[in-house]
Design a protein around this ligand. Sequence first.
Ligand code: X8Z
Ligand code: ZN
Length: 604
Amino acid sequence: MKQYLPILALCACTLFSCNSNTGENKTGTQDVQQFIDSYTTEYVKLYTAEQEAQWKSNTEIVEGDSTNTINAQKADEAMAAFTGSKENIEQAKKFLEQKDKLTDVQVKQLELILYNAANNPQTIADVVKKRIKAENEQTRLLYGFQYMFNGKKTSTNYLDSVLKAENNVSSRLAAWEASKEVGKTLKGGLVQLRDLRNQTVQALGYHDFFTYQVSDYGMKTDEMMQTMDRLMNELYPLYRELHTWMRYELAKKYGVKEVPDYLPAHWLPNRWAQDWSSEVTVKGIDLDKVLKTKTPEWIVKQGEELYTSIGYQPLPPTFWQKSSLYPYPADSNVKKNNHASAWHMDLDHDVRSLMSVENNAEWYETANHELGHIYYYLTYTNKDVPPLLRQGANRAYHEAIGTMMGLAAMQKPYLAGRGLIDANVKTDSIQSLLKEALNSVVFIFFSSGTMSNFEKSLYVDNLPADQFNAKWWELAKKYQGVVPPTNRGEEYCDAATKTHINDDPAQYYDYALSYVILYQLHNHIAKEILHQDPRATNYYGQKGIGDFLKKIQYPGASKDWRKVLKESTGDELNAKAMLEYFQPLVSWLQEQNKGRKYTLPEKL
Ligand code: X8Z
Ligand code: ZN
């Protein structure tokens, strides 16, 4: 999720008194606290202005009118000038020289001040300025883009629906290609952004922008990439079965006699092949069918109700007034960012979501995901967490909780309890598990594999501009077993059709880690709180879950994430819970795949 530096907003007096109470007796902490307080005041002011400007430029994109883009740029520049100023860097460094005299929370804030500075060093103000301009222009190009299908103006929601429902392979190909056209217009900007992003952080001693982003976890690039590999290796036997099963299944569905060795990208129900779950409909639990009878508004409200049922407060009225939750018409002159996001506008209670919700299962899950961010914001906005530390325990945590709620809200006992399906209908639990694996397990190979390795190559290895598309498809083949429908030359930039490559750069491993964490949390919730099978839970009305999650969320980033994980689940970061969850599926798939040709190598 795109986060513009963390910061506060709000009632400075409460926050400040809490800050100055911490460690007042230690020598030097008066000075340091004064510095942190005054930094915070200015930061919150600039952050709020920046968020407002970005909100406007992401929700009102008008062809031929760049006012909002320019205003966003100016707000970004003001923030950069402050956070990257020589004085702030020097001061923070000076105080950190006497770490032992400071409280943990002070150290964390000073480190954050330096982390923010590294992305905006004013010693190279011209580079930072160019980067900001390029970033805002890239957003405008991506989200101001008019998608066309069969000669008509269309939307990504529509193209997605074709990829989910269309059985005619030529029509699928046309929709897939239409969805990739935008990449061509983004390539130049991406090349420029890669260089500028690297240059900015290099000024403060980071090797490259990817390494900078990874350092937010207290990790080095190698360690992160090894974590990605470890994760994929653990899940690979299952992925290989799923891949084999899917090749045969889709060949049958499209009436193709010769089963392809690799999955053609346009055969799959998602633009990036990151989620194949809509290929399976579990009899008796057809959520898409149920949701056709509901409105998009109902979907968001239903999400809120799940959260309030476990003990969260109703969303503040401003959430409903100020969010932008539904799509604009496909041919509207005004366009908006069509990818879902959640915003903490002022580091206080102005929380908003930007979505394009339609009444289908994918948006049902996404709405729950975004509300996870929103309730995370609201929970760490408290007197004990200084504004600078109003962030997730780490970025993956922020992604994990909402996704977990989304997945839990698709399990049978929950849907039956909400009256969305018939509780008495017999359903096939293996089919349910298969559907879930086609979401979660498949996603790991996109996020840890293709995305993370592409961005590593882009930033760390300085991938030459004439190899972007070749690299992208080399990785998609290796990790996902997916190939492009036709040869895709370097005039295309298929990686850039993924929003994160442009506007949430070098962070996609967050999502991979979030899945691992969420299965650890869910496993704990099911077994220790609900005493239910993790594969068949009903979270609704269970205050114990709210208590458990709030305990994780409350301290924000003021507590070390490894400690948070250990304290909440009793374990380190690992894929055990996820593996255990899907275990029953492995033998079923092996049985289905008997006699079939496996085309992925035995080992990744
Ligand atoms: O980008 C997102 C969220 C952003 S808050 C909607 N997700 C990833 C994606 O869409 O690629 C959620 C899961 C993966
Ligand atoms: Zn998110």
